[in-house]
Design a binder for this molecule. Structure first.
Ligand code: SAM
Length: 288
């Protein structure tokens, strides 16, 4: 695997402010403004702070995608530190930056604790650029990383290289999650740890449609067949209606887990110099 060229400028991810349905972030040395549909409160910092030295503002278009309006265009990609890992950051048209800070803030420590066993096989579904795969691998577990997009799987591999984990046992799979798990069941393969962060709507590499309401039960059914022995599961999402309570009930019903042993809540990111946190999706998790 080719080593990516490391730009000189680095720094940590920071959420500087949120309010009026937007968030102001430092992605390493670059300052960006993105939508935060859940920030129904006024901003703490004044307009000058929100505008000063801003590199880019993401504008959402009606179709759901969007574009960046650049004041000072950052490089194509750079390195950012977050929760003990280094990530290749990049501003995508969709308004993503290459990592979901709420996963790091809410779940990385928990994953590190429950994946700290080299005999454990962990599968990360909808793995994207590999944040949760990194947390599981750094703890010691063997990881299978599944995503429909070849581009993001390459990106995840680059993130492993950046963190000195390029030689860690990882299976990189570009495949539709349901298709892949069906094949794993047929092959008799087994996993002990499961991480899944399903989108509301997605597509497999051959155009297979993923809809959370219809397909999540199918996926959980496959997971039940693959879990042996079942060590942990972390389910998170950003879909309206899939509240913490709802995710908890889903795990309870799918795997007959005691409700009292399932932790659930909102994924959050702390706002700098403030007691406020920005809610960013929900999670439910269980470990033996
Ligand atoms: C919300 S992101 C997951 C974020 C990730 N868990 C993290 O914390 O960094 C959704 C991902 O699901 C992938 N995806 C969507 N539909 C898929 C499918 N049918 N099979 C496999 N991956 C899919 C997309 O390519 C995308 O990378």
């Amino acid at each position: 695997m080719t080593q990516i060229k490391e730009p000189a400028s680095r720094g940590a991810y920071r959420l500087i402010d949120a309010g009026d349905e937007q968030k102001l972030e430092m992605v390493g040395p670059y300052k960006v403004v993105r939508q935060a549909a859940q920030a129904f409160w006024p901003r703490k910092l004044d307009a000058r702070e929100w505008q000063r030295d801003v590199n880019g503002v993401h504008v959402r278009t009606q179709k759901g995608g969007g574009f960046w309006k650049f004041e000072q265009r950052p490089p194509e990609s750079w390195i950012v530190d977050w929760r003990g890992f280094r990530f290749k950051a990049k501003l995508t048209d969709f308004g993503h930056i290459g990592l979901f800070p709420e996963q790091g803030a809410t779940n990385f420590e928990w994953l590190r604790r429950h994946a700290a066993d080299p005999s454990l096989h962990v599968i990360n579904l909808f793995g994207y650029t590999g944040g949760s795969s990194l947390a599981a691998a750094a703890a010691g577990a063997q990881v299978t990383h599944v995503d429909a997009s070849k581009g993001v799987v390459t990106w995840a591999r680059e993130n492993f290289e950046l963190n000195g984990l390029g030689d860690h046992p990882v299976r990189w799979i570009v495949e539709d999650v349901v298709k892949y798990l069906e094949r794993e069941v047929r092959r008799g393969n087994r996993y002990q740890g499961f991480i899944l962060d399903p989108p509301t709507y997605g597509r497999g590499p051959k155009g297979q449609i993923w809809r959370i309401e219809k397909d999540l039960p199918i996926l959980l059914d496959l997971i039940e067949k693959l879990a042996d022995p079942f060590a942990f599961i972390l389910l998170s999402c950003h879909t309206p209606g899939f509240t913490a309570c709802s995710l908890k009930n889903i795990l309870h019903m799918a795997f007959d887990l005691p409700l009292a042993q399932i932790e659930a809540g909102e994924m959050t990111v702390g706002i700098e110099n403030s007691e406020l946190v920005l809610p960013s999706g929900t999670y439910a998790r269980w470990a033996v």
